[in-house]
Write a protein that binds this ligand. Structure first.
Ligand code: SF4
Length: 189
């Protein structure tokens, strides 16, 4: 016979969506795409000092089919972008992307034709982590921000997520130099 007095202490009711989102946010499996100095901070985040395992995201996988969170850490060149997109496409759904650091998010100081001026021109990004480089605490804050997104929204509704662009084309227009330069020819030459 069931003791109805103790029932309230032993039964938990919730929604299926909340349980699914809770399990997803508590077991993120990152796929590190670290190309430069930001990658060192990414490695430090998984170390014992910062202990990313507290957030259930320490199981870094170098196989895209076992990952659901891509962390792009460092600058990406035009030659690398097709590889990055290929890796992203192979990741399991549902999947999320963190753009870590100034270079991944904007190209950083590398305003050059060979450097992608922000990976979000070519693939969807869920969270941007600022800094050059971001400290491990900042990356952890970015992961917590992603967990809040998963908690409240789950996946973006169909059609609202930015599609993957397969063409490598810059989406910005190069501007003229802000200061006009005058080059004078020396008569002594
Ligand atoms: S944002 Fe700064 S630290 Fe990160 S890859 Fe670029 S230059 Fe290196």
């Amino acid at each position: 016979m069931i003791d109805t007095q103790q029932l309230s202490d032993n039964v938990l009711t919730t929604q299926l969506k909340k349980v699914v989102n809770w399990s997803r946010r508590s077991s993120l499996w990152p796929m590190p795409f670290a190309t430069a100095c930001c990658g060192i901070e990414l490695m430090a985040t998984a170390s014992s000092r910062y202990d990313l395992a507290r957030f259930g995201a320490e199981a870094m996988r170098f196989s895209p089919r076992q990952s659901d969170l891509m962390i792009v850490a460092g600058r990406v060149t035009t030659k690398m972008m097709p590889v990055l997109q290929h890796v992203y496409q192979q990741m399991t759904e549902p999947k999320w992307v963190i753009s870590m650091g100034a270079c991944a998010s904007t190209g950083g100081v590398f305003d050059a034709y060979a450097t992608i001026q922000g990976i979000d021109q070519f693939m969807p990004v869920d969270v941007y982590v600022p800094g050059c480089p971001p400290r491990p605490e900042t990356l952890i804050e970015g992961i917590m921000a992603l967990q809040r997104i998963i908690d409240t929204e789950g996946l973006p509704p169909a059609g609202q997520r930015r599609p993957l662009q397969l063409a490598i084309e810059p989406s910005y227009k190069p501007a003229a130099q802000p200061v006009p330069l005058t080059v004078r020819r020396q008569s002594s030459y």
